[in-house]
Design a protein around this ligand. Structure first.
Ligand code: BMA
Length: 339
C-alpha cells in the first residue's frame, strides 16, 4: 500500500484543546504519556496510562510504568502522585507465577468494569516473550493478578458483561513464525472465571480493513449498543519507503483507528466493519510533533448518557488525545456499505 493520504471520518470531532494529558501533567519522571484505559466509575472518570521515562540514545527508554489520573468531566485530568503499577514489582511477577526479574515492563492498559468490579488488561514484556495480563483492583493501590497469556499476545480487552454465561475478551496474538511477517488479526476467547481462557475464535482478519496492510488489534473494550458490540480497533499500514519520522531513525508504519460491530449474542460474528479509518493521523500532534509520528492508538471509550462516545487515544506515542462521536453514527457506519 502506498502512503496515500487517509482522512478521518467526518462523524468524529477532536477535542479542540487536545492533547488532554502530556508528560507535563505528570508529577514524576515522565517523557511519553500515551495509550490510556478510561472508565466512568462511581461518578468520576478514571484513567490509567502508559508512561515511558528516562530516554536513552537510539529511541529506547530506561523505564515504563502505568500512571493513574482522575477527572470530573473526562477532559481535565489530575494525575495521582505515583504510578499505580511498576512492571518490575516482584510481587506482581510472583502473582503471575513468574520469577523475580522476569517482567521487564507493563504497558498499554485498558480498563473494564464488570459487575461493579474494575479489571485492567495490559501488555507484559517478559524475558521470554510478550504476554497479556488481566488483574483486578479496588482502588489502584493493590492489584490481584488473575491471568497471563502465553507469548506472543497483547491488546487484550474485556467485554463489560458476560455473554452466554461466559466472560469474553478480544485479543491479538502475533503469529510471526507462521505468518512470516506482521500479519496480525483479532481473536476472541471465553472464560468461566476470568482465569482460565479457551475456545479461541478468529473474529476479524487484517484483510477485512481495506486501509490496513500490516495488522489490526482491539482498541478500547467493546461498547454495548442495541445493534451490537461496537469495537474500536487500531489498523496499521506499512510502507517500506517511509523513513525518518519523529524522533526515531525510521518509522514505516501508520496507525489509524478503525471500528467494527459484533453480534450482541454471538460476538464471534461480525455484523460490519467500517471500511475506512475512523481517525487517521492529521493534526500536528499526530503527524509531526511526537516521538513516533503517525500513530493513533485508541484504548479507551466512554459512552455518555446523551449518546456521545468519548474516544481516548495515544497520539504519536507521546500524548493522550480525545475525540468524540455519536454512537448511532458509528454503528450506522459499521453497518453501511460505504467505502
Ligand atoms: C504497538 C505498541 C503500542 C504503540 C504502537 C505504536 O506495537 O507498542 O504501545 O503505541 O505500537 O508505536
Amino acid at each position: 500500500m502506498s502512503s496515500e493520504a487517509l482522512r478521518s471520518c467526518p462523524c468524529v470531532s477532536r477535542y479542540p484543546a487536545n492533547p488532554v494529558l502530556t508528560c507535563q501533567d505528570v508529577p514524576y519522571d515522565s517523557t511519553l504519556v500515551f495509550n490510556a484505559g478510561v472508565i466512568r466509575y462511581r461518578g468520576k472518570y478514571v484513567m490509567v496510562f502508559r508512561n515511558d521515562h528516562d530516554p536513552k540514545p537510539g529511541g529506547a527508554f530506561g523505564g515504563t510504568n502505568i500512571g493513574l489520573a482522575y477527572s470530573e468531566d473526562g477532559i481535565a485530568w489530575q494525575v495521582a502522585p505515583k504510578p499505580c503499577l511498576e512492571g518490575k514489582d516482584a510481587r506482581l511477577a510472583a502473582q503471575f507465577g513468574l520469577k523475580e526479574g522476569e517482567i521487564l515492563r507493563c504497558y498499554d492498559p485498558r480498563l473494564t468494569v464488570i459487575e461493579d468490579e474494575i479489571y485492567m488488561t495490559f501488555a507484559i514484556d517478559t524475558r521470554h516473550g510478550l504476554c497479556g495480563g488481566i488483574a483486578k483492583t479496588k482502588d489502584f493501590t493493590e492489584f490481584e493478578a488473575l491471568s497471563l497469556t502465553v507469548p506472543d499476545n497483547r491488546n487484550m480487552v474485556l467485554f463489560p458483561e458476560k455473554v452466554g454465561g461466559k466472560y469474553l475478551r478480544l485479543e491479538r496474538p502475533m503469529p510471526v513464525y507462521s505468518r512470516g511477517r506482521d500479519r496480525f488479526d483479532i481473536w476472541l476467547s471465553e472464560s468461566p472465571d476470568l482465569v482460565y481462557w479457551g475456545r479461541p475464535s478468529l473474529v476479524a482478519g487484517v484483510e477485512e480493513f481495506p486501509f490496513a496492510n500490516d495488522k489490526i488489534g482491539p482498541g478500547a473494550p467493546p461498547i454495548k449498543t442495541d445493534a451490537g458490540w461496537l469495537v474500536l480497533t487500531h489498523a496499521v499500514d506499512l510502507d517500506p519507503s517511509r523513513g525518518k519520522n519523529g524522533w526515531e531513525d525510521a518509522w514505516k508504519k501508520r496507525y489509524c483507528a478503525g471500528m467494527m460491530l459484533l453480534d450482541l449474542k454471538d460476538p464471534r460474528r461480525v455484523l460490519g466493519v467500517y471500511r475506512k479509518p475512523l481517525l487517521a493521523p492529521e493534526t500536528p500532534y499526530e503527524t509531526q510533533e511526537g516521538f513516533r509520528t503517525n500513530v493513533i492508538f485508541p484504548t479507551g471509550a466512554v459512552l455518555e448518557e446523551d449518546g456521545t462516545v468519548k474516544i481516548y487515544y495515544g497520539a504519536s506515542d507521546t500524548v493522550i488525545a480525545l475525540a468524540s462521536a455519536k454512537v448511532d453514527d458509528l454503528v450506522a457506519l459499521c453497518l453501511s456499505k460505504e467505502g
